[in-house]
Design a protein around this ligand. Structure first.
Ligand SMILES: Cc1ccc(CCc2c3nc[nH]c3cc3c(=O)[nH]c(N)nc23)cc1
Length: 366
């Protein structure tokens, strides 16, 4: 029987946890940053580079892949790992968030959400059952429940309606997922910026005894203080022995402060998207390579980095590539940015093991 899904907390420092998730396709060191690989590719990267910077898991997207190339086609071709040549674990989002943010003419009912593709206008239906079926066709290792993420600010009645619908959809996803050893289905806590609703959502999901829990409904434009306050309220209501995934977060500072509140897993488009827009993350802050001041600068981004993109190329060259819109510009800056994020996660894991995480604070991002 395939090695079942297991999560172990190896060390703690305050509320911060250093752990490891063991799955048949490999282990995931936590706190973990999961590069976004929406359409089965981490944009501008080869998968062996993604692995090379230290990523243990990447994200795929049900919404994008069901539209193109189609979930059944990916299944016929051996599943997403085979298709994209990424042998490690993959986490897929359920698609609801993307439907509500990308598709057209969407209609949400108890049954699910019907919508038209933003690519060719074709009509689709996404129910909790269909979302789990598609994630299964993709052979996803960690599958997310279908949920409704409320845009903030919102009326409390609206937040409550979406949170309660998401709980009913969590039950239906749990039933549809069944018992798949070696794979996991995570629930997603909703409840907007309302403490009571967050507690009700987290407690109801905890009672379902799922393998992991995501905190959704955040990173939708709310101030960092509101996001952090919701973590202070939500994390204590989730089981200590299960992984916690904060969806869509975030900047290095967001991640640091969220790890300090008990979050184990993160995803964010920022390092990859910023790389394609000429922006480099470095230990001394962000550098916009489009800026003319780099035109004659012979220095690399970070001579101490073990990432070739940060150590072996001058800022002048990177500026030239970005200004000339050369593909290599996006490739090198994405490589640098993902390397920076993975180094940040590695440094946090080491600090929690050494019990210096809380003491060092923001200095870890430098
Ligand atoms: C490939 C991929 C991209 C992005 C995501 C996470 C997308 C994402 C959010 N991003 C920012 N805030 C978010 C909130 C939610 C949420 O409440 N529910 C779901 N299902 N996804 C969210 C998952 C997978």
């Amino acid at each position: 029987m395939a090695k079942p899904f297991s999560f172990k907390v190896l060390a703690t420092d305050g509320k911060a946890r250093r752990g490891v998730i063991d799955m048949p396709r490999g282990e995931i060191r936590t706190p973990a940053f999961m590069p976004v690989g929406t359409g089965g590719t981490v944009k501008a990267m080869y998968m062996d580079q993604v692995r090379g910077v230290g990523a243990d898991i990447i994200l795929g997207n049900t919404y994008h892949l069901m539209l193109r190339p189609g979930a059944e086609r990916v299944a016929r071709l051996g599943g997403l790992h085979e298709f994209a040549r990424w042998p490690q674990p993959i986490l897929t989002d359920s698609g609801g968030f993307q439907v509500m943010s990308l598709s057209k003419l969407r209609k949400l009912t108890e049954k699910g959400v019907t919508f038209r593709s933003h690519i060719d206008g074709a009509a689709y239906e996404m129910s909790p059952e269909r979302s789990i079926e598609i994630q299964g066709l993709l052979d996803s290792d960690i599958q997310m429940q279908l949920d409704e993420c409320t845009a903030l600010p919102a009326e409390i009645k609206e937040i409550e309606r979406a949170m309660e619908l998401s709980l009913r959809w969590a039950e239906r996803c749990k039933t549809a997922f069944g018992d798949q050893p070696g794979k996991a289905m995570f629930g997603i806590v909703q409840g907007g910026d309302n403490a009571a609703l967050r507690v009700r959502s987290a407690q109801a999901l905890s009672a379902m005894n799922l393998k992991g829990y995501a905190v959704g409904g955040l990173a939708v434009g709310e101030p960092q203080a509101v996001m952090l306050e919701m973590l202070d309220i939500t994390c204590p209501e989730l089981p200590d022995d299960k992984p916690r995934y904060l969806m869509g977060v975030g900047t290095p500072d967001d991640i640091l402060k969220s790890v300090a509140r008990g979050i184990d897993m993160f995803d964010c488009v920022m390092p990859t998207r910023a790389g394609r827009h000429g922006l480099a993350y470095t230990r001394r802050g962000k550098v916009n390579l489009r800026n003319a001041r780099h035109a004659d600068d012979p220095r690399p981004l970070d001579e101490e980095s073990d990432c070739p993109a940060a150590r072996d190329y001058s800022r002048a060259y990177l500026h030239h590539l970005v200004r000339s819109q050369e593909a290599l510009g996006a490739m090198l800056l994405t490589w640098n940015n993902l390397s920076y994020y993975q180094k940040l996660m590695q440094d946090m894991r080491a600090a929690i093991e050494a019990q210096t995480f809380e003491a060092r604070g923001a200095e870890i991002t430098e």
